[in-house]
Design a protein around this ligand. Structure first.
Ligand code: MN
Length: 353
């Protein structure tokens, strides 16, 4: 049997991947939802053999952001890491893995900083659960950091592409030319903390996407209480004219801004992924509701698992028009719902006797 994936020879994850696998399951942001990850892998037909989840004919591709926020970060990391090590999965870096390295790495003495990512109250809060859960597993944590520091930033086959937040063809071409690889490295990370450097621009674009600064020093407060001076934007809008044409985030813009006309300078900040390009899979954007393609060739797989949303996968077999029926997901229930469910089950058992 031939299909678009198995026929191609330029898979960046290693030349044997396309021979061994007839399809790929691309999985969204996990953020420490380790139990839900197990449930999703099982639903996708992966089985644990010799302690490692695997599928006879498919490979899992993770879009990054395995760490931070959730209750089972170590479990999630160990599942993903073991799968990647054994060749049953690959992963691109998310901004949370990148932040973790920078947070943990001492800054050069002459920089005037202590760490590559400053330990501000906001940054401390974002990584708190990860550090807490690794408090008694420091060696494991430093092994994972070492692994993060060499992850791919982007991946492509001739049939599809994967990146954490935004595919920018020009920047990716430049990245390959400059660093000769699709992977990050400590050298790139050290360069990336220097404002204005190519490494800082490209890591920010690929792992955080594009955004626009709110005019007149305005601030919006997001649902989780953060004050934001920027809003996240689409990287696929065709000839956008107003803020409404580009906004892409769970928090709506205030009515006073939504119809605001984009300036030339703001348009320059945007990026454009064409309608005829091969399908692209990404995470990052905290979507809600029923998973579906953003467009025929675009699928965001982040459906806010750690905020009691869904952990989502897309089963990719090389099709060039994404199929809404190929999303698979597992709900993350609130503790209250779980308690209610087990109470119901208990009474069912009781009446069944
Ligand atoms: Mn994320």
């Amino acid at each position: 049997m031939h299909n678009a994936v198995t026929d191609h020879t330029d898979f960046e994850g290693g030349s044997d991947a396309y021979h061994r696998y007839s399809g790929f399951d691309i999985i969204g942001d996990i953020h420490g939802c380790g139990t839900t990850l197990k449930a999703l892998l099982e639903r996708l037909g992966y089985q644990k053999k010799a302690g490692i989840y695997q599928h006879a004919s498919r490979q899992a591709l993770f879009v990054g952001d395995v760490v931070d926020r959730g209750p089972h970060i170590r479990q999630a990391l160990s599942i993903v890491y073991d799968m990647v090590s054994a060749g049953h999965a690959q992963m691109v870096m998310g901004n949370h893995e990148y932040n973790a390295i920078c947070y943990m790495t001492p800054a050069p003495a002459e920089s005037g900083h202590t760490f590559l990512r400053e330990h501000t109250p906001h940054h401390n809060r974002l990584i708190a659960e990860t550090l807490e859960q690794f408090a008694n597993h420091r060696e494991d944590w430093s092994d994972y950091l070492q692994w993060f520091s060499e992850l791919p930033l982007f991946m492509e086959t001739q049939a599809f592409r994967v990146v954490h937040a935004c595919w920018d063809s020009d920047m990716i071409a430049q990245y390959r030319e400059r660093y000769g690889s699709n992977r990050i490295s400590l050298a790139v990370i050290n360069e990336s903390v220097q404002k204005g450097s190519f490494a800082s621009i490209v890591t920010d674009r690929l792992m955080r996407g594009t955004d626009i600064k709110l005019p007149d020093k305005q601030v919006i407060r997001s649902r989780d209480g953060h004050e934001r001076r920027f809003f996240r934007t689409k990287f696929w809008a065709k000839k956008p004219a107003t803020y409404a044409d580009v906004v892409f985030q769970p928090d709506p813009l205030p009515d006073t801004l939504i119809e605001r006309v984009l300036t030339k300078k703001e348009k320059k900040r945007l990026s454009h992924y064409g309608e005829n390009e091969r399908p692209l899979f990404f995470g990052h954007y905290w979507l809600q509701g029923r998973p579906m393609p953003v467009r025929n060739n675009l699928a965001c797989l982040d459906y806010s698992a750690v905020k009691y949303g869904r952990l989502v996968a897309y089963r990719m077999d090389g099709e060039q028009q994404l199929d809404p029926s190929k999303f698979v997901w597992v709900y993350v229930n609130t503790p209250e719902y779980e308690a209610m469910k087990s109470a119901t089950q208990h009474s069912d058992d009781f009446y069944g006797e």
